[in-house]
Design a protein around this ligand. Sequence first.
Ligand code: ATP
Ligand code: MG
Length: 496
Amino acid sequence: MSNSGEKPVAVDNGTHNCKAAYVDATERPVAVQNKRGDFCTPSVIAFDDDGKPFLIGQEALSEGFVRPDRVVANFKLKLGSDEVLYKGDKDYTATDLVALMLKYMKEQIEQATNTTVTSAVLSCPANTRDDFRAALIAAAKMAGIETITLITEPAAAGLAYAYNKQYDRRFVVFDLGGGTLDVSIIEVTGNNITVTGTEGVAQLGGRDFTARLEKRILDEFVRQTGENPSRQDDPHFFQELYQKAESAKITLSEREDRTVVIGCRGKQAIVKVTRKEFVSMCSDLFDKCIECANKAIRGCNRTWKDIDSLVMVGGSSRMPYIQEQLANVSGLAPKNDISPDRAVALGAALKARLVLGEKGVLPHPGIFVREVSSHDLGCCVLKPGGKGEDDLVQVALIPKNTPVPAQKADSFFLQHEDQTAVKIIIAQGDDGSPLKQCLKIGEIQLDNLPKESKRTQRIKVDYTLDSNGMAKVTATDLVGGASQAVSIDCKQSIGR
Ligand SMILES: Nc1ncnc2c1ncn2[C@@H]1O[C@H](COP(=O)(O)OP(=O)(O)OP(=O)(O)O)[C@@H](O)[C@H]1O
Ligand SMILES: [Mg+2]
């Protein structure tokens, strides 16, 4: 293998599938095929009898039919929480499981490129908070990958579409994957690509649509057979139910109906589902998707008339009904010239190429990308006349959709003239919302403050938000000079 050192590679760690890509010597982004020859590696891990992880991807998925209790999936969305998702030779959290996936993906890239990979760009959903991002970076580190930078998934897909095009346009990226929905508005002006707005639903994706079909097939099985399978006693039935529902959903993107045969406890049911029925059982999910797209457009003060094209990304964007609905609301024909599964990884690899150009590791390609923040970031202050924590409300210093990196400062009064200490609560949440509706992401305590005879705006709070979406906050007492800073990552997140 050739020397290590930074290379333009990226991993898109999806809820359902992981994908990887690199930029080759001719400056083209290339999707990586895993050792089975697939571009998508299922985000699934199987454990052996000793509780050690032993299969990853498609093999682990297949193992799920034999030993469903030994297989974990859908862990990405738990990043940032300490919940134990699998008890094996040790307790596995989402960070541990994502680390295993990333390590596997690193090996696939190394095999495909015949080089050693030590760093990569990682994509993450747009609508995630700092604790998720920090956990993703930590997982990468455990996998032996330094994070060159994070890029939000729809921004990466936008980059795959916009890179090297060099014409002025504004387009929407609609990314409906396995577990999350992200919508971004991208503006291209010459060589500048700017993500001007982003909206997302953190827990809405293909698995929710599959779950509706699972319920329908299960209800019909119970009705036809009189049997009532339980997850505890019939784990194989539920594994088969999931697999059949998933496969039926995909067929319904191609055909008008699908018949499923499913058995348990020696009984069998034959269930026919039409696309029309599927659409009707998922109508609220489809509505949420459209709502999110409209909100993204409104969030950057645009209407659909201002948009030149609509790009569909993520496996679930293949559902014909979502394409029809979006075409109706936008007046645009949805495009998917780049594979919806691979667009994020390809764009993230291009981002890696850009960063290596900026760092001087490779020649600068002369293309510039800017992203916007995805949450209101600020600190909580007392409402006028307020007394305790219940009266704290969020003041957004760096509002959502601010281009990053960003910097902002503001100064605040102490509550009383004789006050000698203050606690600054840093939070993500909408401007004006009470603390309990915000994510408290850090706090700074300033003590031994000199008393002041007349109150002034003496507590200055400086915010910086870097291009990874990570925040640094410094609080300074302008009277006494005391200053404390906090870099916010998952370890300092202190709960909702
Ligand atoms: N033809 C199809 N019709 C409907 N759904 C599909 C089709 N092909 C794939 N999907 C769904 O797409 C999802 C996987 O897409 P993708 O690989 O883009 O997700 P992901 O990147 O893993 O998830 P996320 O980005 O939400 O973390 C699965 O839920 C799968 O069922
Ligand atoms: Mg995805």
